[in-house]
Each structure stands twice: as C-alpha cells, then as structure tokens.
Design a protein around this ligand. Structure first.
Ligand code: SF4
Ligand code: SF4
Length: 315
C-alpha cells in the first residue's frame, strides 16, 4: 500500500510538471495577434478522485440520472471492464490569466444587450482548443507510462442532454468537486483556490495516482453567500437576472448565453475556432463557443477562494 501511495505521488508530481510546461510553452495557450497574443491560462492545478468514490453515484441524483460514473465513462469509451476502485479521475483547472480577467471586467454595453469583452470571448473560444489538446496530451503522457486513459468530453459516451433539464453526462464542475478542487458558488461556478474564472477538463485512467482529499463535502463552503449570507456580487453582475438568493436559474442563463452567441459570433467573425458537441447523443459540428460569465468578473471569488482566511488556524 505504501509503495502504491508513493508511486501515486510520483505520477501526480510528474503529471503536474508536464502540464505546467505545456501551459508555459504551448502555442495553443495564446491569444491571436489581433488580441495582442499573450497567454490564455496561467498555470494548472490538478486533483484526483478514486473511481469507486460514492459521490459519483450521488451525482446521478444531483446532476441527472444519465450522469456517468468513472467506470461507466471508461467502459463507454471502449475500455475493458474492471473494478471501479482501479480507476482514478484526474481533474484539471485552467485559470484565465490576470490580464484577461482584468480586461474582461469591461463588458460591451449596447442599447439592447450587454456583451462580454471581446478578449474574453476569444480567450474562451481559443482556450477550448487548448483544453482539448491538453486532454489528449495527458492521455498520451499516461499511456507512455504504461497505463490507459480516456477523456470524458472527447468520447462517444459524452453528450449534452436537453430533455427538460439541461446537463451533460460528464459535468467537469462536479468531477472537479469530487477531486477536491473546490466547491460551488451562488453562480454555480466552481470556486477553487485560484477563483471561479477557470475552465475545467478531466481524464479517467487506470494509473494509480494519489487521491486528493476533499476539504469539505459541503458543496457551497467556499461561497460567501452560502457560508455567511454576504456578497451576492455575482447576482448584481448578471444582466439576465439569472442569479438570485434562490440560486442560479439555468434556463434564464442559457437563454442569455444564446443571445450573446448570436451577437458575438458574427462580430468576431472568422477569427473564431469551431468546436463540436454531442447533443442528445447526436454530433453537432461547427459550434462556436464565446462564453458570457459576467458573474465571474470583478467579484470576490474571481481569482481566489474568498473563504480562505476563515479556514486559517491561528492557534
Ligand atoms: S460572487 Fe460572492 S456570492 Fe457570488 S459565488 Fe462568488 S462568493 Fe458566492
Ligand atoms: S453566465 Fe451570464 S447569464 Fe449566466 S449567470 Fe453568469 S452572467 Fe448571468
């Protein structure tokens, strides 16, 4: 057991160092010249959950019945059946750089709609390509070590589900929560130690990577509103009134996001890169993701866990 633990630590350290190098040197982690180049994401964080963690069953109740466990994702990606305890989920955090976060706090206010800063929309669009590349590279990194790995978003078992409820079969936010990387906010974003203005990705592997400890199983412990009844800054920032004391209204949010996309895609034109998604298990190509996320800029949890001082032990 001790031997497995130290092997798990070594793989985790090596993977983090590998990712740090990629974040530093990859050309895919750069904005286009028109937006002055510059990095999109600063540095990665990783967290690891074990495949048999009971929390994954709970996600079927909380996220939706078709949300997959790591074993279901593994088998759904064409891998052989094995014991859930032999699987590990590596969740990766991609924090936007301080520069992008600063510039994104100046939205474009038009008479009928408020749009995100162009820099942010382009960063989010380009960042997606980098994210997919990192998932692929992480899989290769683990394969070179003699293990196997699959990535949720890129496999056939991944789909966005639009059936009354709107969710996906593999929620990166919930996976990151399981891997101890943060907890949810009033805006339903994940508040990590480097804030909520992040992107997330994950891979499932049979490499015995050291599991991360969740500081709390309480899903909203990093949010000032849920912990202390204060803040609510994200609610004030949302132009769609999709955030209230009752929480985040996904329907209102998505409606506004579509409106943003309809304006932003022609505005940015051919500079955008296409992506694809399975929606109700049908592959939809040429999707241009441009984001929204006013609720994440210039708020107390943009770039940090605002509850961190409350956790400090002064004894
Ligand atoms: S802005 Fe404040 S209320 Fe909203 S999620 Fe962040 S900490 Fe919570
Ligand atoms: S993503 Fe946009 S519409 Fe949705 S809650 Fe945040 S600010 Fe509001």
């Amino acid at each position: 057991m001790e031997q497995l633990d130290s092997l798990g630590l070594v793989i985790k350290d090596e993977l983090l160092r590998f990712l740090e190098k990629e974040f530093e040197s990859s050309k895919l982690n750069l904005l286009p010249e028109k937006y002055k180049g510059g990095k999109i994401f600063s540095h990665p964080l990783i967290g690891v959950a074990q495949g048999n963690d009971p929390i994954f069953q709970k996600f079927k109740e909380v996220v939706g019945p078709e949300h997959l466990t790591p074993l279901e994702m593994w088998v759904g990606s064409g891998q052989d059946q094995l014991s859930a305890s032999d699987l590990y989920v590596v969740s990766m955090v991609f924090p936007f750089t301080d520069k992008i976060r600063r510039e994104s706090n100046n939205p474009i206010v038009l008479p009928r709609i408020t749009l995100p800063a162009e820099t942010y929309s382009v960063a989010r669009n380009y960042g997606n390509v980098f994210k997919r590349d990192i998932m692929k590279q992480t899989i290769n990194f683990l394969k070179e070590k003699g293990y196997n790995a699959v990535s949720g978003m890129s496999c056939d078992a991944y789909s966005v589900i639009l059936k009354g409820k709107f969710y996906s079969t593999w929620s990166e936010r919930y996976i990151a929560f399981a891997a101890g990387l943060g907890t949810f906010g009033l805006h339903e974003g994940l508040i990590t130690e480097v804030g909520c203005n992040i992107r997330l990705a994950s891979v499932v592997t049979n490499a015995p990577i050291k599991v991360s400890r969740r500081k709390s199983d309480e899903p909203y412990s990093n949010c000032l509103y849920y912990a202390k009844g204060t803040c609510k800054e994200c609610a004030k920032k949302c132009p769609a009134n999709a955030i209230t004391e009752k929480g985040h209204n996904k329907t209102k949010c998505n409606k506004y996001r579509w409106k943003v996309a309809r304006k932003m895609i022609p505005r940015l034109g051919s500079i955008l890169k296409p992506d694809s998604r399975r929606i109700n298990w049908k592959l939809k190509e040429d999707i241009f993701l441009v984001g929204c996320e006013f609720c994440q800029f210039g708020v107390q949890c943009t770039d940090k866990n605002p509850m961190v001082s409350d956790y400090l032990d002064f004894d």
